[in-house]
Ligand binder design. Structure first.
Ligand SMILES: [Zn+2]
Length: 148
């Protein structure tokens, strides 16, 4: 697993990712019959990219604020800041989501309409909440300068 701050740093291969997002203000969200309010704060959204351009192309789409709303997550990326993404080549989105099992689920059904395993693919990431060590290590590796 690696952490990337921009889509250009992500591999063009297929795999799974967890997008890290920040909402500066609460967001009203409507998904079919579900209406919910997401509090301001940080979120992690788990998805997978298997199309042309792989993870790089998918993350570039998420990081672009203007686009046609196609997925639930598009409503969030239209207003939230994308902080970066945890990326796992050949990974599985539900496995990433399961690894975040300690983090609260703000809206049941968000991003998981076609998933039978998860309640939602969006997690609230409370300030200071630690992620699994593999994730924290990826984040630290991205922050430290490359060896001279
Ligand atoms: Zn799932």
């Amino acid at each position: 697993m690696i952490f990337v701050a921009s889509a250009a740093s992500a591999p063009a291969a297929s795999g799974a990712y967890a997008l890290a997002l920040r909402l500066d203000a609460p967001l009203e969200i409507r998904l079919g019959k579900i209406a919910a309010q997401l509090p301001a704060g940080d979120y992690l959204y788990c998805g997978s990219a298997n199309g042309p351009g792989g993870l790089r192309a998918r993350l570039a789409r998420h990081m672009r604020p203007k686009k046609r709303v196609h997925w639930h997550i598009d409503r969030l990326t239209a207003v939230a800041h994308v902080l970066g993404a945890f990326v796992e080549e050949a990974g599985d989105e539900c496995a990433l989501n399961a690894a975040l099992g300690d983090l609260p689920i703000p809206v049941a059904g968000f991003g998981s309409s076609d998933c039978r395993r998860c309640v939602a693919h969006l997690r609230y990431w409370p300030a200071g909440a630690a992620l699994p060590s593999r994730w924290e290590n990826a984040r630290k590796a991205a922050e430290s300068p490359p060896p001279a």
